[in-house]
Ligand binder design. Structure first.
Ligand SMILES: [Zn+2]
Length: 704
């Protein structure tokens, strides 16, 4: 309503609708397979960065045309008279323009530091909106673009601002749709209402008083409708069971909806007060400037905050490992653990973590605690499924996650949660029932080996998730993301607890089938696709031909590269890349990206030494057991065995781990963190574990 404008209403509506339908056309046109998939989804699929770029270019062209025509119709002489009459106006507009320039900077900051593609898209839209507003106010302050007079009080109507509103309001509504994953019809309803509201406001300013009153009232009613609809749209997305989860956290959505309703309410209020003669034109303009700024910049600030929060999560993780190190030093100085347990005002989770740190090396104690906690929660009356989901959510973002502490139900929840968090479910319209069936099938195809079992696969999936969200969001494509998750869970399918060397030496059937070449890895990869293409388990059925080709290439390449025999080739290649200055422009280079993805999955497969020591110890003991079983079998079959696999006590375990860390894991992570500096904190964990193993080895040496 405050947004009075002389432009005719049909144009307003068209501008509003075009902006929205353009998006659906763009996503529909991208490829026939994708078009089909998008059509089936209930929610707005987040447009890919490329689509949004094209929309941005289109909107900038529209904006330049509007600017051009306004300059053509400008009346500088009349504007100068207005500025002479209202002496502060020019400084208001100038100041608002500077404020918007600052806001645009903020948006660009959020865009550059975006922690996911979706947040990048959202920040990009805001940068466009604030940039347009900045130019608009700048031109109002300097170009004197004005040619209309308000019919009731003879005040000037600044066309540039209203032109800006016509373009930015639908864009902001589209933004709200993306942020709350509203369905298309809701967003187009709101956009239509908003167009009517703008048109009503414009019309009421040039009509004579009585008709103007009715149009104004109608416009006000539409305003209420828009606000209520928007309130409901965000409210829906904030429901805990809303699927798929929105790209912004729920508390951010809550802030957004309050912010939008509050700041957008200022415009009709100002218009009402001005018409009633309570405030004069200049005061109203000052209020409008502030409201316009608040309406747009509030969103940007919440965006920046959301990104910072996630970046902070990584810092918290680093602090956590530093603290863990400190606690270990304290433990060595024999500080009483019971005193620590009495800490008052400490959060239960923190307390149990501290207790775990002090509980020493009793295997499975953490597991018992977890079970006890679960039982306690059960008494409080929560459903088991809720607990599983919560457990999955709470441990999903930390590097010390250990699948050994979790039930099968929890682990399935963890897997589903990873797929949800990375939004591949809605991106590829994966049927959740099929996803669960696929997970179940994959789980049953793992053997109950001490080490190479289903829990190891989930650990690798989880580590892959952390690695990807830490370093790959910049360059990984959607289909590669899906491929990585499938590869991680499938990478040791039907592993029988025996090495490739055993298969080759024993002339096993698998060795014959795969000609002694990466025998197990070929088998895992083969099974991965066999399960994937089974009818009830086909989670990739909605991929088009090209997408499937890329998915297959990534999965095969990643799984084959988990063969330790390829470790040194990859390491030398990474050294070479680092010597030449690191990976350049990964987003554009398919081959290089294929290599990096294989590097990341191999890193995840070697995750034991980047876990807390207790976890590292439990898993290496399991691997030792698996090796011992093989040695036993080798003896029975008169086959050669490797000396390092024969050790069956803690001393040889420590020695083996020291060698493994020094010669395999550490050199690998040194190159990895040079290529991806965000991961260099993992070297601290590796060093801490190495020190622990050395202490154990040393204690045995002294005993002899
Ligand atoms: Zn593995």
């Amino acid at each position: 309503m405050g947004r009075k404008n002389a432009a005719n209403s049909s144009m307003l509506q068209e501008a509003s609708m075009n902006n929205y339908s353009m998006t659906s056309a763009a996503s529909g046109a991208s490829s026939s397979g994708r078009g089909k998939r998008r059509a089936k989804t209930r929610n707005i699929a987040i447009a890919s960065t490329k689509e949004v770029q094209w929309q941005g270019i289109f909107m900038i062209i529209v904006w330049l045309c509007v600017m051009g025509s306004l300059i053509f119709f400008a009346n500088p002489e009349a504007s100068r008279r207005v500025f002479a009459k209202f002496s502060h106006l020019q400084s208001f507009y100038g100041a608002t323009s500077v404020a918007f320039a600052f806001a645009t900077g903020l948006d660009i900051l959020a865009y550059v530091n975006a922690v996911s593609d979706e947040k990048r898209v959202l920040s990009g839209i805001l940068a466009y909106v604030d940039g347009v507003a900045c130019i608009s106010y700048l031109s109002m302050a300097t170009l004197n673009l004005y040619f209309l007079v308000d019919s009731t009080q003879g005040n000037p109507v600044w066309l540039m601002r209203y032109a800006e509103w016509i373009i930015t309001c639908p864009t902001l509504l589209y933004w709200c749709g993306l942020a709350s994953r509203a369905d298309r019809s809701s967003v187009s309803d709101i956009a239509t209402a908003d167009a009517l509201l703008l048109a009503g406001g414009a019309l009421s300013s040039i009509l004579p008083s009585w008709p103007a009153f009715f149009v104004f009232a109608g416009s006000f009613a539409t305003y209420i409708y828009v606000m209520l609809h928007m309130w409901g749209m965000f409210g829906k997305a904030m429901q805990p069971d809303f699927q798929p989860p929105p790209p912004l956290p729920r508390h951010a959505l809550h802030l957004l909806r309050c912010e939008i309703v509050m700041s957008w309410s200022i415009f009709p209020l100002v218009e009402f007060l001005r018409r009633q003669g309570y405030i004069d034109f200049q005061v109203g303009e000052a209020m409008n400037c502030v409201a316009d700024y608040a309406a747009k910049v509030g969103l940007a600030m919440i965006m920046v905050n959301c990104n910072l929060e996630q970046i902070n999560a990584l810092r918290v993780q680093q602090m956590h490992s530093a603290l863990t190190g400190m606690l270990k030093v304290m433990r060595k100085t024999n500080l009483s653990s019971s005193r620590m347990a009495q800490l008052d005002g400490v959060d239960d989770d923190v307390k149990s973590w501290i207790m775990n740190e002090f509980s020493g090396s009793t295997d499975g104690k953490g597991g018992d605690d977890a079970k006890a906690q679960q039982r306690a929660r059960g008494r409080k009356g929560h459903s088991a499924a809720m607990d599983a989901e919560k457990l999955a959510a709470s441990s999903l973002f930390t590097w010390d996650f250990d699948a050994l502490d979790k039930s099968d139900e929890d682990l399935t929840a963890v897997c589903v949660r990873v797929f949800q968090e990375l939004h591949v479910i809605e991106q590829f319209n994966i049927d959740e029932k099929k996803l669960r069936k696929w997970l179940q099938k994959v789980r049953t195809q793992y053997n109950k080996n001490p080490f190479h079992n289903w829990r190891h696969a989930v650990m690798v999936l989880h580590t892959t998730y952390l690695l990807l969200t830490s370093v790959a969001t910049e360059f990984i494509t959607e289909v590669e993301l899906l491929a990585m998750l499938i590869a991680a869970l499938s990478h040791d399918l039907d592993h029988n607890g025996l090495t490739n060397a055993f298969h080759i030496n024993s002339r096993s059937e698998l060795a014959l089938v795969y000609n002694d070449q990466s025998v197990l890895e070929n088998h895992h990869s083969h099974l991965a696709f066999e399960i994937l293409l089974e009818k009830g388990c086909n989670v990739v059925e909605n991929l088009d031909e090209d997408e499937f080709k890329r998915l297959r290439a990534v999965i095969i390449n990643c799984i084959l590269n988990t063969d330790m025999a390829t470790h040194h080739t990859k390491l030398s290649k990474m050294e070479e890349v680092n010597r030449l200055g690191g990976f350049i422009n990964l987003a554009e280079n398919n081959d290089q990206r294929l290599f990096v993805l294989a590097v990341l999955l191999h890193t995840a497969d070697l995750h034991n030494p980047i876990k807390p020591f207790e976890s590292n110890k439990r898993w290496s003991a399991r691997l030792q057991k698996e090796f011992n079983n093989q040695v036993e079998l080798e003896a029975k079959m008169n086959l050669p065995s490797l000396p390092f696999m024969r050790g069956n006590d803690e001393e040889s375990l420590a020695k083996g781990e020291i060698g493994f860390i020094n010669f395999v894991v550490k050199p690998w992570h040194q190159q990895l963190s040079q290529a991806f500096p965000k991961l260099d904190f993992l070297l601290d964990t590796i060093d801490a574990n190495l020190a622990e193993w050395k202490a154990i080895a040393e204690s045995y040496r002294q005993m002899h």
